[in-house]
Design a protein around this ligand. Structure first.
Ligand code: SF4
Ligand code: SF4
Length: 402
């Protein structure tokens, strides 16, 4: 392990005892009308200025394909449900709305990521003038699919560039959505370029929440932690995703201890909740049990050290974007690598397929290249991974829904 990694782990583990239970940050939610009986038993943190008491684990619902699973998650204590307009081409929002419709409206929180058509996901930059009308219609579509009068949180995804996050038309539209009562809170979601996106979002005072990649494998953790602290101090609630860094060390395992990885992320008291893409009742029960004791065991610390020292490149793409300019075919390699991770790491083939579709992956990628020109900063065999995962695009979606 190199010095940087040693230092990185040291900082993470030193924070364990000091930050594990900061008074006023973690507390059991009071049993109010906004809290189900199961939620009341769970440690929760306040989600920034939204005031939402968020149990430390929330559901990333991309792999939820039935209302009964969502209902089961709610009954187990999950309060925040994260969807996206593009999950299952909108069907995911329908499933969530159907599942939650009979529960008290103030006992759950629904969030959805709604990308705008004018942003190039690869660069995070606007390619055309932002269309407020189209974005408002997109939010209306989500409202209809959820069957709700109001969405709790709308997230502007693929946020990385200041000029996009701070675009005046976009900010006006976000405010308009709130003024019209269609959404309660707005936020950004960011996989890469997160420090810049956080700093920009916090400066506007308009985004209430940021959902960001955060895990023990991130190479830019120091800068990211500083940006998180600044955004949090400005009143933004921070939600972490990709916390298990791909869940497996490589395509065929071994796995990374999810308890260790999730606990590690929660040592940062500025993280209010983790969005976990749980797809089974067992995963939900395991994670809800885990958050009741965040103290990391020696074995868990050793597990993360081993995962960091593992010589292979692993599944987690840092989303640094360095590959983008190197590929003559302009493939959205970071997003394709996320699709690869969803398939082989999170075993969520549906999300993997949706992600590949969103990346615009052509039918025969890399066909015009004799050899790959991309030198990945993480050492990925980019062409090999693309060839491998491209097979999934041809699998009919029905096979992935069973
Ligand atoms: S260079 Fe490698 S780590 Fe960086 S975004 Fe591209 S694939 Fe991911
Ligand atoms: S082989 Fe490499 S450079 Fe060529 S299209 Fe594929 S990823 Fe891009």
């Amino acid at each position: 392990m190199n010095n940087d990694r040693r230092e990185f782990l040291k900082k993470g583990f030193l924070g364990v005892s000091a930050a594990a239970f900061i008074p006023g940050v973690i507390k059991g939610s009071p049993a109010t009308a906004a809290t189900s009986a199961s939620q009341a038993d769970l440690p929760a943190r306040v989600l920034g200025r939204t005031g939402i008491q968020a149990p430390l684990i929330s559901l990333g619902a991309s792999g939820a394909i039935t209302p009964s699973f969502i209902k089961g998650a709610y009954n187990a204590g999950i309060k925040l449900f994260f969807s996206a307009t593009y999950y299952g081409e909108g069907n995911n929002e329908i499933i969530i709305g159907e599942a939650l419709k009979d529960f008290p409206r103030d006992s759950f929180v629904v969030a959805t990521a709604a990308p705008c058509n004018e942003v190039d996901n690869r660069t995070g930059l606007l390619t055309d003038k932002f269309s407020a009308k189209a974005y408002l219609e997109k939010a209306e579509g989500s409202l209809r699919r959820f069957g709700l009068d109001q969405i709790d949180i709308i997230l502007f995804p693929y946020a990385s560039k200041r000029e996009t996050v701070c675009n005046e038309e976009i900010l006006r539209t976000m405010e308009q959505l709130k003024q019209q009562g269609k959404v309660r809170f707005t936020g950004i979601a960011s996989h890469g370029g997160t420090e810049e996106a956080l700093d920009a979002a916090a400066s506007t005072g308009i985004y209430d929440i940021a959902m960001i990649s955060y895990n023990f494998k991130l190479q830019n953790r120091e800068a990211l932690d500083a940006a998180i602290a600044k955004a949090s101090a400005s009143g933004m609630g921070i939600v972490a995703m990709k916390t298990t860094a791909g869940a497996f060390r490589n395509k065929s395992g071994p796995g990374i201890s999810s308890d260790a990885a999730l606990k590690w992320a929660l040592q940062n008291a500025n993280i209010s909740t983790i969005v976990s893409g749980m797809t089974t009742a067992e995963q939900i029960q395991k994670n809800l049990a885990m958050i009741k004791n965040l103290k990391m065991t020696e074995a868990e610390m050793a597990e993360l050290k081993n995962a960091l020292a593992f010589s292979e490149t692993g599944l987690f793409c840092q989303q640094c974007g360095q590959c983008l300019a190197q590929c003559p075919a302009s493939l959205d390699i970071p997003m394709i690598m996320r699709g690869y991770m969803y398939a082989y790491g999170y075993k969520n083939l549906l999300q993997a397929r949706n992600t590949l579709a969103a990346s615009g992956l052509p039918a025969a990628p890399c066909a015009d290249c004799k050899s790959c020109r991309v030198k990945c900063s993480s050492g990925f065999d980019v062409r090999g991974k693309i060839q491998d995962i491209a097979r999934l695009v041809k699998v009919p979606e029905d096979f992935l829904l069973t």
